[in-house]
Ligand binder design. Structure first.
Ligand SMILES: [Zn+2]
Length: 200
């Protein structure tokens, strides 16, 4: 939901949640984007509340092993992600999104979350993913995808971009930078958010 709001340029919104967590829907942001489009957007009328993007002036990154997330000074906003899995169906994937060029709704929002078949039983045993099913996540096994078809050939890495955009939305607005992540996680994403907030 946060990725959808940020991806569509919404930075002033009231959110009310009735329940302990947000619905997973189909594991992507597609339904959130559709609901936001249905509700419609209103330009900020109070000009003093309009946010002006501030640039990142030097590279800032967080790293854990070979995984990292970085904010690199750049002339315009861009998000790039890479993942690398031993499973042949996922393998090495990269995707780059420039909000000024590509539609969030069409190129990022439909990408569903994904899981690895051998991890699902462990998560279930730990009492997690109780709402998870083959209807709201792509599941990958040793012999390939268990529930194809994919919406994009690199749907997994596009979903990682979606995750990154949602986590970076905690900044309130995106500083102008090239956000570059490799094999990262929500934890590393939010560590970068904290670091960016501490230097702002
Ligand atoms: Zn996700």
């Amino acid at each position: 939901m946060l990725a959808s709001l940020a991806g569509l340029g919404v930075d002033d919104v009231c959110i009310e949640v009735d329940g302990s967590e947000l619905p997973l829907l189909d594991g992507s942001a597609r339904d959130w984007v559709a609901a936001i489009a249905q509700a419609g957007l209103v330009p900020q009328s109070d000009l003093s509340a309009v946010r002006s993007p501030h640039p990142v002036s030097e590279p800032i990154f967080v790293r854990q092993g070979d995984a990292f997330v970085a904010a690199i000074p750049a002339p315009e906003l861009r998000f790039t992600y890479g993942i690398d899995f031993d499973l042949a169906a996922i393998g090495n994937q990269w995707h780059s999104w420039n909000p000024a060029q590509d539609s969030f709704a069409e190129t990022i929002a439909p990408a569903r979350t994904f899981g690895l078949a051998h991890q699902i039983d462990q998560l279930r045993a730990s009492g997690l993913i109780k709402g998870g099913s083959l209807d709201n996540a792509l599941v990958c096994g040793a012999d390939g995808w268990i529930n194809p078809p994919l919406r994009f050939s690199n749907e997994p890495v596009r979903h990682k971009l979606l995750d990154l955009i949602g986590d970076l939305s905690l900044l309130g607005s995106f500083p102008t930078a090239h956000f570059l992540a490799y094999k990262a996680s929500h934890s590393l994403h939010t560590q970068l958010v904290e670091k960016l907030m501490s230097v702002a």
